[in-house]
Design a protein. Structure first.
Length: 385
């Protein structure tokens, strides 16, 4: 079958690599998504094993529609009774980019009516619509006059891992954190440090990756489990193989610190909830005051307060650069920041620059290599080249 997997902007290539590792074929990179061919086992595995996936969807139909009557007919024509039963609830999400269909909610409403009417004509009853936690989730996507009807295999967004029970302000999206670790090229053996760890998301995702731990809880429920075609034996096989592949002993030293006691407590709580107690060292320390680490790998998301004046944020990033040069020699450091002007103030020439979207903020993910006498004194005047 064809599947479409949604992700965050900038992570499409990483997701494509993950799908290739699952054995999927005909991989095609789209905007904030990747399409591919998958069998049932790969579909199930995509939901519980992909680290950079937001949603996994199965297209049911693609057709040209020019008015609401054609939309209604196209949706009603699908044999929904072969997908779910009258006793199950369903929801319809409308995504519309069209001059013909201007309101996504209206397109979703017409689609709901078409599905309910088909069931009523067949059984005399209408299935229950549950917009919050439906058994069956359906997506109606209209771009101009092209209608695509998709089954949502995931249900709730796959970035919701379930371990972040103690959040802090502006926490890093779990999918973005996993994508950053994968993009960084970390070898999964070198000690990894996050000196401004916030709620610990980067460290937890790094530990999951190094230990080959599935990003989703084994107890998580997915919409594909509610389909009439669901194969429990294949799903059990996917779960058993995933469990057998876990290697906690492979997790290297992971260190997190933050000057905020609230962030330290949040990280410790989340680490324990993630099943990683004893695998990540967390302590309270100020990055600018700490003695630092040599020969490690650093990935961090410095705090950004929009109320800071430009001079303050530029000074803050200059201090980051000075601290790296002084206390983090022989180190590879990756920093994500939403203020490209401030990133230039670090005072190091980035070896690599990747554009990412952090929430709705266009951000730069920059690589800096720290080693004595070479690049550490070079400027970043050309950081935007």
């Amino acid at each position: 079958m064809k599947i479409i997997v949604r992700t965050l902007q900038g992570l499409e290539a990483v997701l494509a690599d993950e799908l290739q590792q699952l054995g999927c074929s005909e991989i095609q990179i789209l905007t904030r998504a990747v399409a591919c061919e998958a069998d049932t086992k790969q579909l199930y595995a995509a939901n519980c094993l992909l680290r950079t996936a937001i949603k996994v969807m199965v297209p049911l139909k693609e057709v040209v529609v020019r008015n609401e009557q054609q939309l209604y007919a196209a949706v009603k024509d699908i044999a929904w009774e072969e997908i779910f039963s009258i006793h199950q609830s369903f929801s319809v999400e409308g995504v519309v980019h069209s001059d013909i269909f201007r309101h996504s909610q209206y397109a979703a409403l017409k689609s709901k009516d078409a599905i309910a009417d088909r069931f009523r004509e067949l059984t005399g009853k209408r299935p229950f619509v549950n917009p919050v936690s439906a058994d069956i989730a359906i997506v109606i996507h209209i771009r101009q006059n092209i209608l695509t009807i998709l089954l949502d295999a995931s249900g709730s967004s796959l970035h919701q891992r379930g371990y972040r029970v103690y959040p802090v302000e502006a926490p890093l999206n779990e999918v973005l954190a996993a994508g950053m670790v994968l993009l960084s090229g970390w070898d999964r053996q070198t000690t990894l440090v996050d000196p401004m760890c916030g709620s610990g998301t980067l460290l937890i995702e790094a530990a999951y990756l190094a230990g080959n731990i599935p990003p989703q809880s084994p107890d998580r429920k997915y919409c594909f489990q509610n389909w009439k075609t669901f194969d429990g034996s294949i799903w059990k096989q996917v779960q058993n193989e995933a469990k057998e592949n876990i290697k906690l002993s492979q997790i290297p030293e992971l260190i997190g610190f933050d000057k905020s006691i609230r962030c330290v407590n949040a990280t410790k709580t989340n680490v324990e909830e993630a099943g990683l107690a004893g695998k990540i060292n967390v302590e309270r320390a100020d990055f600018f005051q700490n003695k630092g680490h040599e020969g490690v790998f650093v990935i961090t998301n410095p705090p950004y307060d929009e109320r800071l004046k430009e001079d303050d944020i530029h000074l803050f990033y200059r201090q980051i650069g000075d601290t790296l040069k002084k206390n983090y020699q022989n180190t590879t450091t990756w920093i994500i920041g939403g203020n490209l002007g401030a990133l230039k103030q670090i005072g190091l020439k980035p070896g690599k620059k990747i554009s990412l979207l952090n929430g709705d903020i266009e951000s730069g993910f920059y690589k800096f290599e720290l080693y004595e006498g070479s690049r550490k004194n070079k400027s970043v005047d050309d950081a935007d080249e």
